[in-house]
Design a protein around this ligand. Structure first.
Ligand code: ZN
Length: 148
């Protein structure tokens, strides 16, 4: 227990950006990197603290609404940016193309970070618990001393 005061824990922003488990901030939420064509898989449980990420059936449907807010913000930004850069206010095809490209390119980001926002900031039950962060470290140290 004396480790808790001396240990430097990962910050919430760093953990969220790196898609770590919200409770222990050690285990990964996703199996692969963000822009991967092979795997979009999200783990069911944390590999370190065994937290079950899907709190209840249909829990991740809420992430769909967060993703919707992300897309609206991205489209407004992209279309205003396109107008500022090109000055074009007559071609709908330019804006349709930009909107489609932005939506497709950022869909992996929206998928991932809508779930991260849901887990980190909209689920009070999934607060960071330093004991879970330390538990895996202590267990690893114990197993190392046993084998040595
Ligand atoms: Zn965890």
């Amino acid at each position: 227990m004396d480790n808790i005061e001396n240990t430097e824990f990962p910050k919430i922003g760093w953990s969220a950006w790196h898609c770590k488990c919200p409770r222990c901030r050690k285990g990964d939420l996703f199996a692969g990197p963000i822009f991967s064509f092979t795997s979009k898989k999200m783990y069911d449980n944390c590999s370190h603290c065994n937290l079950h990420f899907e709190k209840e059936p249909g829990y991740f449907y809420v992430a769909m609404f967060i993703s919707y807010a992300f897309v609206v913000a991205e489209l407004i930004t992209a279309c205003v940016g396109t107008y500022i850069i090109t000055g074009n206010d007559s071609s709908p095809w330019l804006y349709m193309g930009v909107a489609l490209a932005v939506t497709l390119l950022l869909s992996p980001f929206n998928y991932r970070y809508s779930r991260v926002v849901l887990l980190y900031w909209m689920t009070p039950a999934f607060k960071f618990k330093p004991s879970y962060f330390l538990r895996s470290v202590n267990n690893r140290e114990k197993s190392l001393t046993k084998t040595a």
